[in-house]
Design a protein around this ligand. Structure first.
Ligand code: ADP
Length: 416
């Protein structure tokens, strides 16, 4: 039998998973990945082996895969059938929010789960899905250690100046802070760049994680020192359907003058804005690039303008830039977006030639030789990061640190 680690990333109606084998010296090797979509409706289970072979791709029979527990059991049964040597050593969960309580990946037990439930008001759209997946895993595979890996953890440690909003201090104490997200991606990229170019990784690096969700991070010596997302995953860049940074006065106006309520505002900001709202066509960059509608081009130009603007802000936080990394579905695949972004960043010392941009699937340098600061394309792998954390936590055999931190009450009720 071979030890394996499975990772889960639970959304509102989907669960993505990846399976890793644990080899000699604890080297993790991806064996398979896939997802269940349409949970609770017309569910479908897809899985591919690491070499791209389709292991399964079929709609579930009616009445099957109604909930997370069914989905997790179906995923594990499929993996056990395809990998008969599989022994499950741990499950790693991507958890969107750890607030100031969790500054590292943490073994899940009843106390930890209770703490996590108190954080739901901070991420009401996402944390309940993560918690449901954890509970379902506990029931489906009792006795298998589970590890929560937080998207916020990598950004912790910045202290008051970095994390506070300029509200009265009580709000900071009540948990109204800049947390930052996409931390698992940034942590992976920091590690990967250190393998590819230790000198650059030790310096000042801007990472642009551009996908349906999009944010940017300033890394100094591999540590996050600034990021564009804040209290929620709405801040910073415009995204597929999210608005990015917005004057809070707009929200007050919509509430006071147009009678908007929380649910309507939430739909507007999370689901109807960003590339989708700007273009009126699609949230999807590929579709926008394929369209000759001028609104599509304008949405792309808007997106790139905001990436450049945030790059300037992060460069100021870092005091200069030694490397710039593109990652995420758009960052890894859209030569057009990279070109539009970098065409405005020569002043940072990044020399870029649109025509000489090397294509390919490999992690690679896309700036021209001799560029003072280099631009990279590096494929992110959040699942690998989750699996590494899960393995580290079970090897340590101890619970990860629950930061004993500043008292944070984390519920709206406790606001001053
Ligand atoms: P998520 O935040 O959901 O993980 P991804 O990182 O998968 O998102 O990124 C999805 C985005 O990447 C979509 O806008 C998609 O159109 C874009 N994308 C994927 N491939 C390409 C491509 N070849 N060219 C341009 N955009 C692409």
């Amino acid at each position: 039998m071979t030890d394996h680690i499975i990772t889960f990333n639970a959304g509102s109606s989907s669960i993505k998973f990846a399976l890793f084998s644990v080899g000699a010296d604890d080297l993790l090797q991806r064996a398979a990945a896939g997802q269940v979509d349409g949970l609770g409706g017309d569910a479908r289970l897809e899985a591919k082996a690491a070499d791209g072979r389709v292991l399964h791709d079929a709609a579930a029979p009616a009445g099957k895969l109604n909930n997370e527990r069914d989905a997790l059991a179906a995923i594990l049964a499929l993996m056990q059938a395809r990998f008969p040597q599989l022994r499950l050593a741990a499950v790693g969960h991507r958890v969107v929010h750890g607030a100031s309580r969790f500054s590292t990946a943490t073994l899940i037990d009843a106390t930890m789960l209770a703490t996590l439930r108190t954080l739901v008001p901070l991420a009401p759209l996402h944390l309940p899905n993560n918690i449901a997946a954890i509970e379902a895993t506990r029931r489906a595979f009792p006795g298998v250690p589970q590890v929560a890996c937080f998207d916020t953890a990598f950004h912790r440690g910045g202290g008051f100046l970095r994390e506070a909003y300029a509200l009265p201090r009580d709000y900071f104490d009540a948990g109204i802070r800049r947390y930052g997200f996409h931390g698992l991606s940034y942590e992976y990229i920091a590690g990967r760049l250190a393998e590819l170019s230790p000198r650059e990784a030790a310096g000042r690096v801007i990472v642009a994680h551009l996908g349906n969700g999009a944010s940017m991070c300033a890394l100094r010596g591999g540590q996050s020192i600034d990021t564009t997302m804040g209290f929620s995953a709405l801040d910073g860049l415009p995204m597929g359907t999210r608005c990015g940074a917005i004057d809070p006065g707009v929200l007050l106006h919509l509430i006071e003058t147009h009678g908007y309520e929380a649910a309507r505002l939430s739909d507007l900001l999370y689901k109807e804005s960003g590339l989708k709202g700007l273009s009126g066509i699609s949230h999807d960059m590929r579709e926008l690039e394929a369209s000759d509608d001028p609104r599509a081009g304008e949405a792309i130009a808007y997106f790139c303008t905001r990436v450049r603007r945030e790059a300037g802000a992060l460069a100021a936080s870092l005091g200069g830039v030694d490397a710039f990394v593109f990652t995420g579905g758009i960052g890894e695949n859209s030569g057009r977006v990279r070109a539009e972004v970098l065409a405005g960043l020569e002043w940072l010392g990044i020399a870029f030639d649109r025509d000489a941009q090397p294509e390919g699937r490999e992690d690679r340098v896309v700036s021209v030789p001799g560029s003072q600061a280099r631009a990279w394309v590096i494929a992110t792998d959040e699942e690998a990061m989750i699996a590494r954390h899960a393995l580290r936590v079970i090897r340590a055999g101890a619970q990860g640190a629950i930061t004993p931190s500043i008292p944070a009450r984390h519920t709206d009720a406790s606001l001053p």
